[in-house]
Design a protein around this ligand. Structure first.
Ligand code: BV8
Ligand code: ZN
Length: 244
């Protein structure tokens, strides 16, 4: 795949790079994305389940065990998944001495960390962590194979996955860090996201508003109106070509 020289130059000469990743960056690791990706007629995760039921506080309150089991299924799906070339290339880029690179992810799979990234701004939490819905205490017990909601040892409440559900606020510190990284970059790279979920999808517009160039990496351009350039390709292949 070839990348236009002008785009390549923008990426190589940027001083402060902010990267926002979505489910597409894990697609080449074999992880289902949330919305069907036409070319691969990949089974879309959400199409099997109603997201408002599964990834929402109302869904959990209505049927805690069903939501808990969906997350246990997803954790099982993730167990044998490895970071791909995109995760590894981004981790290497973050070590750059000449460019300041900040990584923000909407993903909850932990594959950026597995690929070597140290500082990851996790806007939507992390599927490998759990906490109590009622008293918010972290729960560090082993949940492998546990099929029903665990009772909180601190308060008797319900243990839930530490991900951000629809209509829940994003973690304050993560959102502040993501906003400031978007306000202060000269290049905003949106990788493998359909840019449909807010407020994460609004970060590119924040970056654009202060003069950053917005580049998207996606096999199919999204409707995002703030994108300056789209590198049409799979994240792993694009980052391999970029060789940064
Ligand atoms: C909040 C964690 C308020 C859980 C997730 C109407 C209009 C605007 C907004 C709203 C609205 N109604 C409601 C809202 C708000 C809502 C929202 O945005 N809804 C959307 C659907 C309209 N947002 C919220 O509820 C957020 N909270 O607003 O709170 C508030 C404020 C203060 C106080 C209290 C409350 C919370 C949103 C977080 C939800 N949690 N995940 C879990 O994972 O189970 S979201 C979920 O979607 C994932 O995190 C995922 O990352 C995220 C976004 O999806 P993408 O990552 O983009 O994935 P997708 O499949 O869509 O796209 C993949 C892309 O990759 C595609 O473009 C594809 O082409 C591409 N691709 C495929 N293969 C490759 C590739 N790209 C590169 N390489 C490849 N190989
Ligand atoms: Zn508790």
């Amino acid at each position: 795949m070839d990348i236009e020289p002008e785009v390549l130059a923008l990426i190589q000469h940027a001083k402060r790079v902010t990267i926002l990743t979505g489910a597409g960056v894990s697609a080449e690791s074999g992880v289902a994305t949330f919305r069907a990706y036409k070319e691969e007629t990949q089974e879309s995760l959400w199409s099997q389940y109603d997201p408002q039921k599964m990834a929402s506080i109302d869904g959990f309150r209505e049927n805690p065990n069903r939501v808990w089991q969906w997350y246990q299924w997803r954790r099982n799906e993730l167990k044998n998944k490895e970071p791909n070339d995109a995760h590894k290339a981004i981790a290497k880029w973050q070590q750059s001495k000449t460019q300041n690179v900040t990584l923000i992810t909407q993903n909850v799979d932990g594959l950026h960390q597995a690929g070597g990234s140290k500082d990851v701004i996790e806007l939507h939490g992390n599927i490998w962590r759990n906490h109590c819905l009622q008293c918010l205490a972290d729960y560090n017990g082993d949940v492998d194979g546990v099929e029903t909601v665990i009772e909180c040892p601190e308060c008797g409440g319900q243990i839930r996955p530490s991900v951000v559900w629809f209509s829940e606020a994003l973690p304050e510190q993560a959102w502040r860090d993501a906003e400031s990284a978007s306000y202060s970059c000269d290049l905003f790279l949106s990788v493998g996201t359909s840019s449909q979920v807010y407020p994460a999808a609004g970060l590119a517009a924040l970056a654009k508003s202060q003069g950053a160039t917005v580049i998207e990496v996606n096999p199919e351009p999204t409707e995002s109106s703030v994108v300056d350039y789209c590198i049409e390709g799979k994240a792993g292949e694009v980052f391999k070509t970029l060789n940064i």
